[in-house]
Design a protein around this ligand. Structure first.
Ligand SMILES: [Zn+2]
Length: 200
C-alpha cells in the first residue's frame, strides 16, 4: 500500500560504527541506516513535526543482554509508539534477517494483515491495529492518494522523500568504524552528488 511498503529483503547494514560510550551517539547512523523511518510500522520522520518521535530500539533488550547495549548490530530505529509497545518483549523478527514483506501487509483501508505467524506476532506485540495506529495509517494513505490524484507532486515528495536535515556521516568522529565505506554512501553524500531519489 502507498507509503507502507515493507522491504522485500532483509536489511543489510551499510554502517558499522563502534566504540561509542552511549547509545544515543548511534542515532544519526541508525537514521541513515533505516531511511529515517520506523523499522516496524514504517512511519517516517517526515510525517512528524517534532524531534523525539523516534527512539533507538535495542532489538534484544538490555535487560536480556546487557552486552548488546552499545552494539550497533543490536540497534534499530523505531518510533516511540512501537518502541514502547515492544518494551522488553523478546521473540520479534529481526528486520536484518527476515524480509518483513513476507510477514505483513498493509491493506488499502490501513489495516495491517499478517501473512504468517511471525507477522501475527508483529501485529500483536506492536499493536499495529490499535485504533490510533489504524486511524493514522488510514489518514496517511488517503492523503497520499489524494495528492497523487490531484497532481500535487511537491507535497507528495515532501511526505515521501528524505528529510531536509540529513546527517553527513563522513564527518562523524567515531572511535571505530567496521564499515568505513558506508559513510561515502550516506544519503547526505547522495544528495550532494545529485543521486538522492525524490521519493522512496
Ligand atoms: Zn513504529
Amino acid at each position: 500500500m502507498i507509503g507502507f511498503e515493507y522491504p522485500a529483503h532483509p536489511h543489510q547494514r551499510r554502517h558499522g560504527p563502534a566504540g561509542y560510550k552511549d547509545y544515543g551517539s548511534f542515532r544519526d547512523w541508525l537514521r541513515d541506516e533505516f531511511m529515517f523511518r520506523c523499522v516496524y510500522c514504517l512511519h517516517r520522520e517526515q510525517w512528524y513535526s517534532r524531534s523525539g518521535t523516534f527512539h533507538i530500539d535495542h532489538f534484544v533488550p538490555v535487560s536480556a543482554d546487557p552486552q548488546g547495549a552499545l552494539q550497533y548490530t543490536n540497534l534499530l530505529y523505531a518510533c516511540t509508539t512501537c518502541n514502547e509497545a515492544k518494551a522488553d518483549i523478546l521473540g520479534l523478527p529481526d528486520p536484518c534477517s527476515v524480509p518483513f514483506q513476507e510477514c505483513i501487509e498493509i491493506e488499502a483501508a490501513g489495516r495491517a494483515t499478517a501473512k504468517n505467524v511471525v507477522g501475527q506476532r508483529l501485529c500483536d506485540v506492536l499493536r499495529l491495529n490499535s485504533a490510533a495506529n489504524l486511524a493514522f495509517r488510514s489518514r496517511m494513505i488517503r492523503i497520499l492518494e489524494a495528492l497523487l490524484r490531484s497532481g500535487e507532486v511537491a507535497l507528495y515528495q515532501e511526505l515521501m522523500g528524505f528529510p531536509a536535515e540529513l546527517p553527513d556521516l563522513r564527518t562523524k568522529r567515531i572511535p571505530r568504524n567496521d564499515k568505513p565505506e558506508g559513510a561515502a554512501k550516506c544519503y547526505f553524500a547522495l544528495r550532494e552528488r545529485g543521486e538522492l531519489p525524490a521519493t522512496y
